[in-house]
Write a protein that binds this ligand. Structure first.
Ligand SMILES: [Zn+2]
Length: 172
């Protein structure tokens, strides 16, 4: 099987809505429910009588109403967003989750208030804000974009998708 066996699916308005298998994408194109916008360079799908270019990006032929639900807020997804790196000291070891504004001070469990932290930094921080504990966040935590989501999901991201993801129109 070709290494790039995933296809980016765009809505009729060109906003990215999902990722599917080559087989499914090919079927959608075959049934004229989608058109192929980009093919995976060099990839061919072989049928009994012919070979077809392997799809890399397809666009639905009619608009479907499918609001982007966003990346689920889970421990694993926060680790992924932070590249499995403590957001205070940069280590990759003994990772846990830290509430930037502690729960005791009404800090919420949200994308902008949860970061990956090692046990040491977490213990040092205790029940304080980073400033009060003398710690500095490496970057401001935020909800991952659709592009981040694609990049972080099992190495799905493919070069051919780049031009179709620049605008990030799907992210409201
Ligand atoms: Zn640390």
């Amino acid at each position: 099987m070709h290494g790039s066996s995933r296809v980016l699916v765009l809505n009729y308005d060109f906003s990215p809505i999902s990722v599917c298998t080559v087989q499914r994408a090919f079927l959608l194109v075959f049934l004229e429910k989608a058109e192929m916008l980009a093919d995976a360079r060099g990839g061919l799908l072989h049928t009994v009588n012919s070979a077809w270019p392997m799809p890399a990006v397809i666009r639905l032929r009619r608009y479907i109403n499918m609001p982007y639900k966003g990346v689920l807020l889970t421990r694993q997804n926060i680790f992924k967003r932070d590249n499995y790196t403590c957001q205070y000291c940069g280590t990759h070891k003994e990772l846990t989750l830290d509430h930037v504004v502690p729960r005791s001070k009404n800090g919420k469990s949200s994308w902008s208030n949860l970061v990956t932290a090692c046990k040491r930094c977490n213990a040092r921080k205790g029940d304080y804000t980073p400033e009060a504990a003398g710690l500095r966040l490496r970057r401001r935590p935020a909800r991952p974009s659709y592009l981040d989501f694609l990049r972080h999901n099992s190495g799905l991201f493919q070069e051919e998708w780049g031009p179709y993801l620049q605008s990030n129109r799907a992210i409201a």
